[in-house]
Design a protein around this ligand. Structure first.
Ligand SMILES: [Zn+2]
Length: 382
């Protein structure tokens, strides 16, 4: 710094002069776009955008359990193996087990933790922090682990057989089933699914002894809740009940697998694909054991399909039987639809196209029966 006469440059001035240097600007830079994440430079905007998209994109991290992303409040009811757990786009995870302090863990540790947990509440944050100079992307999950041992599930089934299968179901018996000591603990979730199913039966049947104030249509809600819980248990009883519930709600998506309950398998086959060969009746001499209750409306439909598939020919008397059921004021609308569909499918199979027309026109617009009913109607009119 130049000085004049009496103004002396101090040591502080010398220090500041040393710090205030601007860096050498170097040769002039060509105009363009500099990447804020790395040192790359691009002459055109589209090249720059391609670069940022290809190199610095931070994707949302997620976890898949058995190929499905869990919701923010998911319940896990059957054991997961390491191969069931897939984590994508995550650099690490923060886990908080049963309200403990959150811990940062690697993805491998996270998968091992999930596979080893059977009873816990897990708060999970998956973090994708691969880009140093961008805010990490985080996904939150809340996982409730309610996995019971096989022996615990068996004890619940034992109580179910004793209390709700061998005796009549009432709200009292459902209450004592839920209060039984075999249904406490880790098997509770399974027991609550079975109890919801039985309560659904009572609401659907509306027996005189039970003064019910719940609207009739609430049985679907209870069936739906039972289905949601029971579908996760790898037990034959749970599988059978989920098939019965799907059948009663006119859901034939999961058809194909046999339940071993012959009448149900027959009716599912008849209603999902009436053109196929019908299951042969099993040996009647085999003794059968009741394993679960079934509501009378659904039971009536199983009997109807068994009765009609056994007929060698069609007649107006059979039309009349079906019409009575399809119009019965005591049956639910899903059972009315099923009665029409069983009527149509059976008459059609026996070659009585004329008689099949009446029910076919009524279900032609009703899913899932419309899948075959509209096709048959078209064939009949040509
Ligand atoms: Zn870059």
């Amino acid at each position: 710094m130049p000085t004049v006469g009496w103004i002396r440059e101090g040591d502080l001035d010398a220090f500041f002069e040393g710090t205030e240097r601007t860096p050498d600007p170097g040769p002039p830079r060509e105009p363009g776009y500099s990447c804020p994440f790395c040192a790359a430079h691009f002459p055109s905007q589209s090249e720059f955008q391609d670069h940022v998209y290809a190199k610095h994109r931070v994707e949302r991290p997620f976890i898949l359990l058995r190929g499905q992303e869990p919701s923010a409040h998911a319940v896990i009811r059957s054991p997961l193996s390491l191969s069931d757990i897939a984590v994508t786009n995550a650099s690490h995870a923060k886990v908080c087990l049963d309200g403990a302090l959150p811990q940062q863990v690697s993805i491998d540790t996270l998968r091992e933790t999930i596979a080893a947990t059977s009873q816990a509440e897990l708060n999970l944050e998956l973090v994708n922090a691969t880009e140093q100079r961008a805010a990490p992307v985080v996904t939150h999950y809340g996982l409730s682990f309610r996995i019971a041992q096989k022996a615990e599930l068996k004890r619940v089934e034992e109580a179910f057989g004793e209390i709700l299968v061998s005796e009549a179901i009432t709200r009292n018996s459902i209450g004592s089933f839920l209060a039984d000591k075999r249904t406490q603990g880790p098997g509770r979730e399974y027991a609550s699914g079975l109890a919801d199913y039985c309560l659904g039966i009572i609401i659907k049947e509306r027996p005189d002894g039970e003064s019910l104030t719940t609207p009739f249509s609430r049985y679907r809600e209870l069936y739906g809740r039972a289905l949601d819980i029971l579908k996760d248990f790898p037990r034959p009883l749970a599988r059978l009940i989920t098939c019965i519930i799907r059948f009663s709600l006119n859901n034939f998506e999961n058809g194909g697998g046999r339940t071993g309950y012959w009448e149900l398998d027959l009716a599912i086959e008849l209603l999902s694909n009436p053109g196929s060969a019908i299951l042969a009746c099993p040996n009647e001499s085999v003794t059968r054991r009741p394993v679960c209750p079934i509501d009378h409306g659904t039971g009536r439909m199983l009997e109807l399909s068994k009765h009609l598939t056994a007929q060698p020919r069609w007649s107006p008397i059979l039309d009349d039987e079906c019409r009575t059921l399809a119009q019965s004021g005591l049956l639910d609308v899903t059972d009315h639809q099923k009665a029409l569909a069983i009527w149509a499918a059976s008459a059609w199979r026996l070659g009585s196209t004329e008689c099949a027309l009446e029910p076919l026109t009524q279900i032609a617009e009703i899913y899932p029966f419309s899948r075959w009913a509209s096709k048959y109607l078209e064939q009949a009119s040509t």
